[in-house]
Design a protein around this ligand. Structure first.
Ligand code: WQD
Length: 347
């Protein structure tokens, strides 16, 4: 029988790419989102890519326990992937209670309803942010977590702990936390991608918006880090590769292949790339010149972090495959698609 996966926050950047990969892998998918940080653009894109016009969509908030309960009562859900949550580091410092309330409450409600309604499998979207400034690189899943530098980072750690403690206490459920490094790019169809609200915080949307002329100049935050070229190093992971990791993780859970009731995996390429290398890569992949300048360091930035993805490679059978140039070409194609879309809606 076909298995059904609920994707909470499924209309967002990562959720929409995961929905595509799950459908293409043969799963039934239910998407739920309160649309607080996105619109229906990506969900419409998912329908076009998959050719499926009838993907169930619920506009709902997982902070509402009654609505959450209703969803699990009225549907047979085999696994849930939880993305719903706020994710802006700076905003979380300014409005910590908003972050704690939203990110923790929604996850608690999801776990509670899942376990009460026979949904055994819970996958949480965590982040490399839990490693803070690591003492040794690359980081493995055994690398100790550092205390979080923002309420956002803290909610990731707390949600991991909530899942770990819940699966230990309630034998009817099991959990996987995927720790993402830096997801970038867009679907090769250019029908779904990142849609930041206002001025982008993240590097790649800022690059593509500069290239298209929406921003005048990209600031490279810091050129005096103890790295080969002085700019920060990250593990930039293609969004489609990252989305596929969820399919492998869900399959492992549904097939009863987990070795413990709670597993953690790093989802990265294992290869560091500096901010400057990424900029040069973007210029080469798309045959253009980017307007950028060096600027002071951004507060809170980790000088360098990248994954040791060996565990995910071995246990999940997943590996990052896309070439960086293809990822950066896809990011650019998506930005151009958005520009064409807004032009045609003005006409
Ligand atoms: C990458 C590098 C910047 C913008 C954050 C979150 C993390 C995860 C992904 C999700 C840094 C530099 C950036 C710019 C720049 N979360 N940069 N100019 O900070 O590694 O990770 O996003 O929701 O939890 O912390 O990603 O893309 O912001 O920055 O020079 O305009 O690019 O300084 O070195 P980061 P990022």
């Amino acid at each position: 029988m076909r298995k059904c996966v609920l994707v909470s926050g499924g209309a967002g950047f990562i959720g929409s790419h995961v929905t595509v990969e799950l459908i293409e892998a043969g799963y039934d998918v239910i998407v739920a989102d309160n649309l607080s940080n996105c619109d229906m653009t990506c969900f419409e894109g998912v329908k076009k890519i998959t050719g499926k016009d009838d993907i169930p969509f619920f506009k709902m908030d997982f902070c509402d326990p009654v609505a959450t309960e209703l969803l699990f009562t009225t549907h047979q859900i085999d696994a849930v992937i939880h993305f719903s949550g706020f994710k802006a580091v700076g905003e979380s410092v300014a409005e910590p209670l908003k972050y704690y309330r939203n990110n923790l409450e929604s996850f608690i409600n999801v776990i509670e309803s899942a376990r009460c309604h026979g949904c055994e499998n819970i996958l949480f979207s965590s982040s490399a942010t839990v490693y803070g400034i690591p003492e040794k690189l690359p980081v493995t899943e055994e690398t100790p977590r550092q205390s979080a530098t923002s309420p956002y980072g803290n909610t990731k750690q707390m949600c991991e702990d909530i899942l770990r403690d819940s699966v230990k206490a309630y034998p009817e459920i099991k959990g996987i936390a995927l720790r993402y490094f830096n997801p970038i790019g867009a679907h090769p169809s250019a029908l779904i991608g990142e849609l930041p609200n206002g001025i982008p915080n993240n590097l790649v949307p800022f690059i593509t918006q500069t290239a298209i002329g929406r921003r005048e100049c990209l600031s490279v935050f810091g050129d005096d880090y103890p790295t080969p070229d002085g700019t920060c190093q990250r593990d930039f992971i293609d969004i489609v590769d990252l989305a596929k990791a969820h399919v492998f993780a869900v399959r492992r859970m549904l097939d009863g292949k987990m070795k413990k009731e709670y597993e953690i995996y790093n989802i990265g390429t294992g290869k560091p790339l500096s901010v400057m290398e990424l900029i040069v890569g973007f210029e080469k992949a798309n045959n253009l010149k980017l307007n950028y300048k060096f600027a002071p360091r951004r507060e809170g930035d980790v000088p360098a972090i990248w994954a040791d993805p060996t565990l995910a490679n071995k246990e999940l059978g997943w590996k990052a495959e896309r070439k960086t140039e293809d990822t950066l070409a896809a990011a650019w194609a998506w930005e151009k698609h958005l520009a064409e879309d807004s032009r045609s809606s003005r006409e």
